[in-house]
Design a protein around this ligand. Structure first.
Ligand code: SF4
Ligand code: SF4
Length: 309
């Protein structure tokens, strides 16, 4: 794999970024050595870019592989912080738990538009202060909306991490075209762009080669969740040859909502894709295609009802 400059950040990142959401309690990951093995193999094969988030609650899971890799791997994390104090705490938590003096990229998590970003102005300013101190190297946002990408451009951020896939899963109408245009504009403006959800959270794994071929045309890198060494090997082969080896086993996943759901609706509010509703005091999916299996609703459930399995 040939590394690429991530916009004007000065970071030369691999076109394949390790998306670490699979190694999170949000996705039923319970620990063990699988994460260290898979991450270490990815780093050996040339992946030098890793994406995590405060929400994923997986810093301690990532730390052993990162310790072995040292400074050769760039780390991006994200926070839902609104206030200055929350943002500073998020950076300190990442530095401490990951065992790193510097977090290469820090993003405001899931910003929908300039209005959302305005509401996070204090947190954004705190991240820029961290950049000025040299403990963060680039600042940006993640988003499921084209308007979020445009907001990142207007605000002059360094990096944007948008959702994009061939089927438009998780994107608002009119689907992928508006996001494609927004990403092209961001690239042209010099932002570093790395995309997410190329396989729609797993929905597109049966046509994974086509889906990855589409998504890799956009941005400088693509964050892909890989659950084990075999998936790492397949993904790296794809990025080196354009051909994806056949993956064995059942790769499909789905959202499970336990019967003890109380219908409180907190998961509905937490879903960035408006995929859930409460009917007869039970949460349920409105439409399967709206759900990208991110697991964010599970983090919001006070009853621990929701898992992506
Ligand atoms: S329903 Fe849950 S897993 Fe699906 S997109 Fe919404 S938050 Fe993510
Ligand atoms: S947050 Fe949990 S308990 Fe509340 S409606 Fe959703 S699944 Fe049910």
């Amino acid at each position: 794999m040939t590394n690429r400059l991530l916009g004007k950040t000065g970071l030369a990142v691999s076109p394949l970024c390790y998306g670490t959401l699979p190694f999170s309690p949000l996705q039923s990951y319970t620990g063990g050595g699988a994460a260290t093995d898979a991450l270490t193999r990815a780093f050996e094969l040339g992946v030098n870019f890793l994406d995590t988030a405060q929400l994923y609650d997986n810093y301690s899971i990532l730390r052993p592989a990162l310790a072995k890799a040292g400074r050769d791997v760039f780390v991006a994390s994200k926070t839902y912080a609104v206030s200055r104090e929350e943002a500073l705490q998020a950076v300190e938590e990442a530095r401490s738990a990951l065992g790193r003096d510097v977090i290469d990229i820090f993003l405001l998590h899931e910003q929908e538009s300039e209005h959302t970003l305005r509401g996070h102005a204090a947190a954004l300013e705190a991240l820029y202060d961290c950049k000025a101190k040299g403990i963060v190297r680039a600042v940006g946002l993640s988003t499921h909306r084209p308007e979020g990408v445009l907001a990142a451009m207007s605000a002059g951020l360094d990096v944007v991490h948008p959702l994009l896939n061939i089927a438009g899963l998780g994107l608002p109408p009119p689907g992928r075209s508006a996001m494609e245009n927004a990403i092209r504009s961001a690239e042209g403006a010099g932002l570093g762009v790395y995309t997410m959800k190329a396989l729609g959270g797993g929905h597109l794994w049966r046509s994974a080669e086509e889906a990855l071929a589409y998504a890799r045309q956009y941005g400088h890198s693509l964050a892909l969740g890989m659950r084990d060494v075999s998936e790492v090997g397949a993904a790296v082969t794809f990025f080196e040859t354009g051909a994806l080896p056949r993956l064995t086993g059942n790769k499909s996943r789905s959202l499970h909502i336990a019967t003890w759901c109380t219908g409180c609706g907190q998961c509905v509010a937490a879903c960035p894709n408006d995929a859930l509703e409460v009917v007869d005091c039970k949460a349920q999916l409105r439409e399967n295609d709206l759900c990208v299996l991110c697991g964010y609703c599970g983090a919001a459930c006070p009853e621990f009802c929701i898992k992506v399995i």
